[in-house]
Design a binder for this molecule. Structure first.
Ligand code: 5GP
Length: 190
């Protein structure tokens, strides 16, 4: 059986990353989602164990101490997010490709661990102005959390040169065509 590999989609939130990820899952049956852990509350429609493993601060801290995370980050006033070692290892062993939807620093850390077995992609919004509009349209943010996300986004844009490839999401269909091409090529590499 082929050894599985990792594909990371990193982007400031509101870049259209989740939509692009959904499109990939529809096209690639051999692609599985790495369900991260987080201490943030579920949004409407989000399910525990499907979108995230929703943990309280104590549970998350315990997992840090037990070294259950490949990487974890804390942002947005204390909210933590982390990639579980067990999620990745279990799916890799069965030969699947694994999609990680994680932040930019987490992506750089995972790429360092997995090297050639990992394709790191940065989904870039056309501009911070467009990003702000998308987040406002999504309607999930308070004024304060919107400000924090935008601040973080401008920091994240400075990391783009650490990625294997940048995909600019101006027009969704164009961005997806580029993404699909890159992913297909990576999957077919021996
Ligand atoms: P959201 O709250 O919008 O679901 O996610 C906020 C940010 O956290 C997104 O950029 C998302 O990709 C990132 N994120 C989700 N899971 C992880 C993770 O396991 N590790 C890291 N480093 N970031 C994550």
């Amino acid at each position: 059986m082929n050894k599985g590999k990792l594909i990371i989609l990193a982007a400031p939130s509101g870049s259209g990353k989740s939509t692009l990820a959904k499109m990939l899952f529809d096209d690639f049956e051999n692609l599985k989602f790495s369900v991260s852990a987080t201490t943030r509350s579920p949004r409407e429609g989000e399910e525990d164990g499907v979108h995230y493993h929703f943990l309280n601060s104590e549970e998350f801290q315990q997992k840090i101490e037990e070294q259950d995370f490949l990487e974890w980050e804390e942002f947005y006033s204390g909210t933590r997010y982390g990639t579980l070692r067990s999620e990745v290892d279990k799916k890799l062993k069965t030969g699947y490709f694994i999609l990680l939807d994680i932040d930019v620093k987490g992506a750089v850390n995972i790429k360092q661990i997995y090297g050639e077995d990992c394709l790191s992609l940065f989904i870039q919004p056309p501009s911070l102005k467009v990003l702000k509009q998308r987040l406002e349209d999504r309607g999930t943010e308070t004024e304060q959390s919107l400000g924090l996300r935008l601040e973080r986004a401008s920091e994240e844009l400075e990391y783009t040169d650490r990625f294997d490839q940048i995909i600019i999401n101006d027009d969704l269909e164009t961005a997806y065509a580029q993404l699909k091409h890159t992913v297909t090529k990576f999957m077919n590499q021996k």
